[in-house]
Design a protein around this ligand. Sequence first.
Ligand SMILES: [Zn+2]
Length: 69
Amino acid sequence: MTALQDIEKLVARLSPEPVCDDCIAQTLGLSPLEHTDQSARELAGTNGFERRKDVCSLCGDTRLVTLQR
Ligand SMILES: [Zn+2]
């Protein structure tokens, strides 16, 4: 299981609620070395995944979030 697959599953589970990179990393226990933002960018544009600036459904901050439509 790669970090990318973990992130995809988490975002799909929270869908359609958006989640930021920090909350993804924290929820999945990913280290900074796993480059959550890079993986999330890879997801965007595939299978209805989107990245945009919005309020994260977990921490409530307005930042770059990932969601699935
Ligand atoms: Zn968050």
